[in-house]
Design a binder for this molecule. Structure first.
Ligand SMILES: Nc1ncnc2c1ncn2[C@@H]1O[C@H](COP(=O)(O)OP(=O)(O)O)[C@@H](O)[C@H]1O
Ligand SMILES: N[C@@H](CCC(=O)OP(=O)(O)O)C(=O)O
Length: 262
């Protein structure tokens, strides 16, 4: 069943923001900015969770491969994040819409005081019709010894933000149209699964890791994100981010992608 939407978190992955040749997908970023600005003008409260810091960092420096060393990755993410926000700010301003940046780590969402500060910041931005753009704070995220500050990836981050901010729905824009019964990049006969009212062991079996160069999580982390929002009685829609104008159809309640939850 389609919910009445008011507050929505939209997550877009690296493979929608960076072309297969490693360059920035300006067309997708333009259309995403146009679509979110239009929906914002219509009165929806929108939070964008955008990956792409690392991918844009690689593109900015003309590198083809992600470096193996963690400090190199963190440096690239810090270069790319600034560039990504510059592109977003520019494009959104073309549509008279302001954006703001929030870089989060797991610990700041776990501790009640910092969590409250973040939620207050987001609601204040929404009250001002500003669209918060969230990413993981990659240069400070570590996952070693007693410092567990990383999210597994932005699918998880977006589901946690959606629950924390009491969004009605999480929309995940991916490089794939929907959830299939097996990875369609490996099995051309894969079939679309339109509705997932509850997560069963059978559904969890259909997911596998990522197949793209810059993305991190594949379908496994998307199902984990779906589990988090469904546990909070919310819905998640997974659809293709190639043309973000697809969001108009999702907001209209049309049958696109895969809908998780009741
Ligand atoms: N059952 C499945 N249904 C759809 N996609 C799947 C499935 N199993 C694995 N995948 C893979 O997951 C990929 C999407 O994840 P990912 O590359 O991390 O994208 P994003 O950057 O959008 O987060 C798809 O391109 C597909 O190859
Ligand atoms: N924080 C990282 C995003 C990592 C991530 O989850 O990427 P993706 O699987 O493409 O959503 C970045 O901006 O590069």
């Amino acid at each position: 069943m389609t919910q009445h939407l008011r507050r929505v978190v939209i997550k877009i992955g690296t493979s929608s923001l960076v072309l297969p040749n490693g360059r920035i997908n300006l067309r997708t970023i333009d259309q995403l900015s146009f679509t979110l600005a239009t929906l914002n003008n219509q009165g929806y409260e929108l939070i964008l969770v955008s990956s792409g810091a690392m991918g844009v960092g690689l593109a900015s420096l003309g590198l083809k491969e992600r470096p193996a060393e963690i400090e190199q990755q963190q440096a690239l993410a810090s270069i790319g994040q600034a560039e990504l926000m510059r592109i977003y700010s520019q494009r959104f301003l073309d549509y008279q819409t302001h954006v703001a940046q929030l870089l989060l780590t797991r610990d700041v969402l776990s501790y009640p005081v910092s969590r409250n500060h973040i939620l207050n910041t987001i609601t204040t931005l929404l009250d001002r019709n500003v669209i918060p753009i969230v990413n993981e704070n990659d240069p400070v995220s570590v996952d070693e010894l007693d410092h567990h500050t990383t999210f597994s990836d932005n699918d998880e981050l977006s589901s946690q933000v959606a629950v924390a901010i009491n969004a009605d729905q999480l929309i995940v824009l991916s490089d794939i149209d929907a959830l299939y019964d097996k990875d369609p990049h490996k099995y051309p006969d894969a079939k679309v699964i339109k509705e997932v009212p509850t997560l069963t062991a059978e559904i969890e079996k259909v997911a596998s890791g990522t197949s793209t160069r810059f993305g991190t999580g594949g379908m496994v982390t998307k199902l984990r994100a779906a589990a988090t929002v469904m546990k909070a009685d919310k819905q998640m829609v997974l659809c293709n981010g190639r043309d973000p104008k697809i969001l108009f159809d999702v907001f209209d309640g049309q049958d696109v992608g895969t809908r998780f939850g009741k």
